[in-house]
Design a protein around this ligand. Structure first.
Ligand code: GUN
Length: 283
């Protein structure tokens, strides 16, 4: 069997077009949806990420501002800045790029963001809302994964989904989203005794570890849906995921590539959360 590819670029483009339509509708009512991106320090990867976020927003018609601060910024100063953004009615979404400099408490900083503007979905109020099935912002990466599964018309009810990775940003919210769609969910992690025994039972596998070749062909049931959240570099410096793409493609029914899979979907879901925040504020 050769797996069908789920094209994250194409799906993200479709979502951006929808967001552009919703943005135009708000602008026609005199509301300019706005995302504030805050970057502290000069981490090279973060600089690239925030540039993408601002460009994506602007291309969709959303207003986006990037605020850059030196790594020496005091935590209290950042908290004061977040407070000002919380109280600015012209700002609908706030994103503080992580990681923050070591002298700052990331948890405290994220908790300072008003949940109504928490477009990353990292606030405990957002996590709690997802947990109990109440409305709130979902973290962009797992939400993008769900959209990819939805895009192939796959019914998760009664299926066994195995999530590899238990981070607060991907693994845990991913498991809750799959559960909400009535999948039977297993979360595997570094202490899982026999990963292969778990993944061989899975109808859906989400790999979110951050390590190459975590999932190989011998670990996958024929026809399974495989979602690769990993972003790694191989020995030649080429971008690759957590999944051995060539091998697993011979066994799986569906697979997401890296690059061109989950990455563009994560970026697209940030735009969805931002326009949703603006729509919520305008009601
Ligand atoms: N750093 C790496 N990924 C992310 C993300 O999705 N949001 C934020 N705020 N920081 C990040």
């Amino acid at each position: 069997m050769t797996a069908q590819r789920i094209d994250g670029n194409a799906l993200a483009q479709k979502i951006r077009t929808e967001v552009a339509g919703r943005t135009a509708a708000l602008k026609a009512r005199g509301i300019a949806p706005r995302l504030a991106v805050v970057l502290v320090g000069d981490d090279p990867a973060s600089q690239v990420y925030v540039k993408h976020k601002v460009n994506d927003s602007q291309q969709t018609g959303l207003e986006a501002t990037l605020e850059r601060y030196p790594a020496s910024m005091a935590e209290a100063e950042l908290l004061a800045r977040i407070d000002a953004l919380n109280n600015d009615p012209l700002v609908h979404g706030i994103l503080v790029q992580l990681p923050l400099p070591r002298h700052m408490d990331s948890h405290k900083v994220i908790e300072a963001i008003a949940p109504a503007k928490d477009v990353d979905g990292f606030h405990v109020a957002s996590a709690g809302a997802l947990m109990v099935g109440q409305p709130g912002f979902w973290p962009c990466t797992p939400h993008g994964c769900m959209k990819m599964i939805e895009s192939i018309g796959y019914d998760l009810r009664g299926k066994h989904a195995v999530v590899i990775g238990r981070s607060n940003i991907v693994g845990k919210p991913m498991a809750l989203m799959l559960l909400q769609q009535n999948a039977t969910v297993t979360i595997c992690h570094s202490a899982t005794a026999d990963l292969k025994a778990m993944t061989l039972q899975a109808d859906v596998i989400v790999a979110a570890v951050g390590k190459r070749n975590v999932l190989t062909a011998d670990m996958v049931k024929p026809g399974a849906v495989v979602i690769d959240v990993g972003m790694n570099r191989n020995d030649e410096g080429k971008l690759c995921g957590d999944v051995d793409f060539d091998g697993v493609s011979q066994v799986a029914g569906w697979i997401t590539p890296v690059p061109g899979g989950v990455g563009p979907m994560t970026r697209a879901m940030l735009l969805v959360n931002t326009i949703t925040a603006a729509e919520n504020a305008s009601r």
